[in-house]
Design a protein around this ligand. Sequence first.
Ligand SMILES: Cc1cc2nc3c(=O)[nH]c(=O)nc-3n(C[C@H](O)[C@H](O)[C@H](O)COP(=O)(O)OP(=O)(O)OC[C@H]3O[C@@H](n4cnc5c(N)ncnc54)[C@H](O)[C@@H]3O)c2cc1C
Length: 381
Amino acid sequence: MSTAISSERQAIIRTLRDFCDAEIRPHVMKWDEAQEFPSEVFRKLGELGFLGVLFPEKLGGAGLSYMDYQAIIEEVSCVDPSVALSLAAHNSLGSNHIYQFGTDAQRQKYIPKLASGEWLAAWGLTESEAGSDSSGTRTTAVRDGETWVLNGSKNFITNASVGRVAVLMAVTDRSKGNKGISAFIVELDNPGIRVGKKENKLGMRASDTCTLVMEDCRVPAANLLGSLGSGWVDSMKILDGGRISIAALSVGLARGAYEAALAYSRERKQFGKAISEFQAIQFYLAEMATEIDAARLLTERAAAAKDAKEPVTKLSAMAKLYASEIAVRATDRAIQIYGGYGFTKDFPVEKYYRDVKLCTIGEGTSEIQKLVIAKQLLGGA
Ligand SMILES: Cc1cc2nc3c(=O)[nH]c(=O)nc-3n(C[C@H](O)[C@H](O)[C@H](O)COP(=O)(O)OP(=O)(O)OC[C@H]3O[C@@H](n4cnc5c(N)ncnc54)[C@H](O)[C@@H]3O)c2cc1C
């Protein structure tokens, strides 16, 4: 696997870095404290092509690779992990489920709007009874003539109140277990669906997270996504790709905390010298830098395999598990390097420390990643 960065990717990252410095960095804490979703930033990200990263140009996308995508998520997350989380949910979950499993008509109807940022996408698998055991879906979809009627609710849905369309999983045949779960495209101005509770979160507070409630929500039969009963299986494939984005998000977040701590350690003086001259601090920095590089390599390996259309279930789970766990450690170390100042909202590491916890939970907890990896190692046992 080559880790050389193409000049095209370098140019993309330069553009994105300038954009993040100008449009995101100055507002990060304001959005965090107000739990404000930065709609204007997403409009501009759409104009720049970052809302259709993985889709072909003929559908309005940027036609980039998964290697490009993980680099993009890392870069945004380094500045604001909340923005990266919504960006990832839009690109690799909601929109990508339509792109990967949609008919030509569904792709043509939705992908151009999603890739341009005119619409944002949400993706709903999680319910109160269906968390780690995502096959515990209770939401039902019953066929009625030329429509499907959905009833139930979805929890913790990223982009639920700011999105315009969602891909939602619902049981179409309870007797078939997870093979009786189907996916539906639901437009969020449908009178049968409403936004419920908005979560008041520890971190990732500028990312929109709400419940979606369906009460006799009628969608056209043409909005069945993929084949009948394939929704859960397709969701697992979507999560295989999505986990690469959470790994990249973790790498970016850890890098943001590390870079801040590195700079601070050179400035802060105690006992007459910069704290970076103390070996204890140097060891923290050395461990952070090493673990971040290792996490990025795992993430890139998974992304390269995805681009090569190789199996990624194990690779993406390994990348997500390792990157999220080292990111938790990196933010902890960063606060330690800042001492008491790191415990305040005057310095950026406090926010990274809160945001990072989502990385070991979202798109499958660390425990679930270990189960996924072990199942692959043991040959599907
Ligand atoms: C900010 C945020 C955004 C999210 N966005 C989305 C979204 O857009 N779409 C969506 O569908 N979901 C979303 N989620 C939901 C997320 O994917 C779930 O929270 C996650 O999968 C865990 O499910 P749970 O919260 O029900 O935890 P639980 O499943 O209740 O797990 C609780 C604990 O038990 C452990 N556990 C459970 N089963 C096992 C087992 N078999 N072996 C060992 N340990 C186990 C877990 O690892 C965890 O430590 C989001 C969550 C958050 C917090």
